[in-house]
Design a protein around this ligand. Structure first.
Ligand code: PHE
Length: 455
């Protein structure tokens, strides 16, 4: 669509929207439970290394590519791949596919969190006496097609509505409104968690590494999660970057987004593990951690229903600002590749996402017998997209920026809007080497280890 491209109101709007994309279920639902399953602090350390050695450089590369092209993913590659064009257009298609897969199952968990806001208000959560009660209740809810599909629908609708209004009036406005609310709620929950008697065991779990649980698979999980939590590797940040004006500083914005995301994951971990340990529950509960265990934690303490309402509102806000970003990537891809209007594309894509999410939604109840490689449909979607497609997407971004664009072009684009910071050439040179050499090699090694070539 050859309309003039929309831009963010200002750089701060972009940082908030991109941080809104990065901060999501990945930080509050997934990070705590995979940390719980992978032994706590040792996993956190590997995860931080993956974020700062691989995740941040590739994040900056992805935003840079979008700002450079001012186009959605597929069209970026179509226009700017000088060699192997077909391959790169297919790579853009892979981003689109990854987005479809992630958004379809992401809306399911987002729907649970919206449902649990209602559960908190209705007083169901306050009635639990043990985590067994909470787990039984959760299981009953997620295996009821009506419950799950209606909340999933509400979520798809909400995301669609925001994206319908466009970049500045929809996405940026919502991010400016919700991100501060999000942060205040999170800080309240952390203070509350730390103030509980017995919270020290939770702190120790997060800070004292136990290396005996670390395997190659741990590293793969940490790397996959680094991409997932930063929203890197499927063109979402490329799309958000394409709405940046040329005088914004891509490098510092990228670092800000990653720091905010990491800070929030650690704070969410703090809030959750302090309360889980204080009440003597199991941290290695898996995907059900925040739905099976936390409600019981809340039910057993004074003021618990208020904190439960706050917590699930936090989760819903986080999920909404992330679903919006994935939907925007899909929409922008289709807009740039067709003559359709934004409104039509948003409606069509949202409908498709809802339908695609139905099998994942039902895989906790009616369709739980449908298994692939011993995993449910939901788990297959999650594993395939987070552990395989996203690192692969990150690899593609790194290879494109590091090897297919001209080095001078990349440096010019990066330094535009950089200002006169001292030592900027040295910093950008290190960044370029990380993107060109370190990121591809590390991602490749982790892939080899995952398929069992390196043991
Ligand atoms: N970063 C989001 C989270 O942590 C998920 C996400 C992945 C969003 C990829 C956009 C793209 O929940």
């Amino acid at each position: 669509m050859l309309e003039k491209r929309e831009h963010w109101g200002n750089r701060f709007g972009f940082i908030l929207a991109a941080a809104g994309s990065a901060v999501g279920l990945g930080n509050i639902w997934k990070f705590p439970y995979i940390t719980g399953e992978n032994g706590g602090a040792a996993f956190v350390i590997i995860y931080l290394l993956c974020i700062f050695i691989v995740g941040v450089p590739v994040l900056i590369a992805e935003v840079l590519l979008g700002r450079y092209s001012q186009l959605g993913p597929v069209t970026t590659f179509r226009r700017y791949a000088r060699k192997h064009k077909t391959f790169w257009v297919a790579a853009g298609g892979l981003f689109f596919l990854t987005g479809l897969i992630i958004l379809s199952y992401y809306n399911v968990v987002a729907g649970w969190s919206a449902g649990y806001v209602v559960e908190s208000i209705s007083g169901h959560i306050a009635a639990f006496t043990s985590s067994g009660d909470a787990a039984v209740h959760f299981q009953a809810l997620i295996s009821s097609p009506w419950w799950i599909l209606s909340f999933q629908f509400v979520f798809v609708l909400a995301g669609g509505l925001v994206v319908y209004f466009g970049v500045k009036n929809g996405i940026e406005k919502i991010a400016r409104l919700l991100m501060p609310v999000f942060f205040i709620i999170l800080v309240l929950l952390v203070i509350w968690g730390i103030s509980l008697e017995g919270s020290a065991a939770g702190l120790r779990f997060l800070w004292e590494p136990d290396w005996s649980t670390v395997s190659f698979n741990t590293v793969l999980t940490a790397l996959g999660h680094a991409f997932f939590t930063l929203s890197v590797g499927m063109g979402v940040l490329l799309t958000y970057g394409s709405y940046l004006k040329k005088d914004d500083n891509v490098f510092f914005s990228g670092i800000m987004i990653a720091l905010l995301d990491t800070l929030i994951a650690l704070l969410a971990g703090l809030a959750i593990f302090t309360s889980v340990f204080a009440m003597g529950f199991d941290p290695a509960e898996g995907p059900g951690l925040v739905f099976n265990v936390l409600p019981a934690v809340f039910a057993n303490m004074p003021g618990g229903s208020i904190f439960s309402l706050l917590f699930f509102s936090l989760l819903s806000i986080a999920a909404l600002t992330s679903t919006i970003s994935i939907l925007e990537m899909l929409v922008s891809t289709l807009l740039d590749e067709s003559n359709l209007s934004r409104h039509r594309v948003v409606i069509g894509t949202s409908a498709m996402i809802f339908i695609l999410g139905i099998p994942s939604a039902l895989s906790f109840g009616k369709w739980s017998h449908l298994q692939l490689f011993g995993r449910s449909i939901f788990d297959v979607m999650d594993y395939l997209s987070a552990n395989i497609l996203l690192p692969l997407g990150g690899l593609l971004v790194a290879v494109f920026v590091g090897w297919y664009m001209q080095k001078r072009e990349v440096h010019d684009e990066l330094l535009r809007g950089f200002g006169d910071s001292y030592g900027k050439r040295r910093v950008t040179a290190v960044w370029f080497d990380l993107v060109k050499y370190a990121a591809p090699v590390l991602i490749f090694l982790v892939f080899l280890s995952a398929i069992g070539v390196l043991k």
